[in-house]
Design a protein around this ligand. Sequence first.
Ligand SMILES: Nc1ncnc2c1ncn2[C@@H]1O[C@H](COP(=O)(O)OP(=O)(O)O)[C@@H](O)[C@H]1O
Ligand SMILES: [Mg+2]
Length: 264
Amino acid sequence: MIQLRGIHKFFHRGEGHEVHALRGIDLDIGTGEFVTVIGTNGAGKSTLLNTIAGVYAPEEGTIAIAGRDVTRQQEHQRAGLIGRVFQNPLDGTAGSLTIEQNMALALRRGQRRGFGWGVTRERRERFREVLQSLGLGLEDRLQAPVRLLSGGQRQALTLLMATLQRPQVLLLDEHTAALDPGAAAQVEHLTRQLIDENKLTALMVTHNMQQALSLGTRTLMLHGGQVILDLRSPQRDGLTVQDLIAHFARTRKEVLADDELMLT
Ligand SMILES: Nc1ncnc2c1ncn2[C@@H]1O[C@H](COP(=O)(O)OP(=O)(O)O)[C@@H](O)[C@H]1O
Ligand SMILES: [Mg+2]
């Protein structure tokens, strides 16, 4: 479903503060795979998702989604293939618009300009139905402005909107990190449910290693812009956070072996 070949991404290339954020990423993600992505701050996790989404064009390498080469496509040109949820609950929805208006906008994602986004009776019924499945009571608040929702409710709505059109790829960037534990657990449960029900191909960045192992079918660890661990069944089955940390320490030593002088 997603193929990355030799992806390099720089920021401020050629300037004194050049950052080589992705250093030769080769990745094949199959249809229906649910990949969790971990790694230290600055490892390149968000850049990887942004590059897949077309926010950044890589300086080198190619990207294909669903069999199409999208390397030179801008973000809006591939928006119809991709659903996204970010860390900040304010990012995914328009606070001044109502729940149903936000959902109507989500239906329009990736469509031709001029495609109507009015809230018809039919759509309202559909929205009510899918909101009911959240179990948050939002189906009775279709005409409430989204700014009145809690962070967790808003993130749940964003997730629902991101999957309403059954995207080819769902990209989640620490989307539970800003929530209190109760809301985070709720959104995590919903994430699992929506990905399962819609058989979505998904990448989920998390800094929670336990979450990375308990959710999904595959786990990537990024470090210094490279994939340093790629775990799938059966190696991934029954793996603990301690195992992951041990793996990391071992692999990092190998990766850094050449630079070891820099560390001493
Ligand atoms: N828009 C940007 N402009 C300049 N540097 C950036 C930008 N986005 C990310 N970076 C840099 O690229 C590296 C990877 O960042 P990022 O992908 O955000 O890491 P992560 O999400 O794993 O914490 C970091 O060194 C970061 O400072
Ligand atoms: Mg990030």
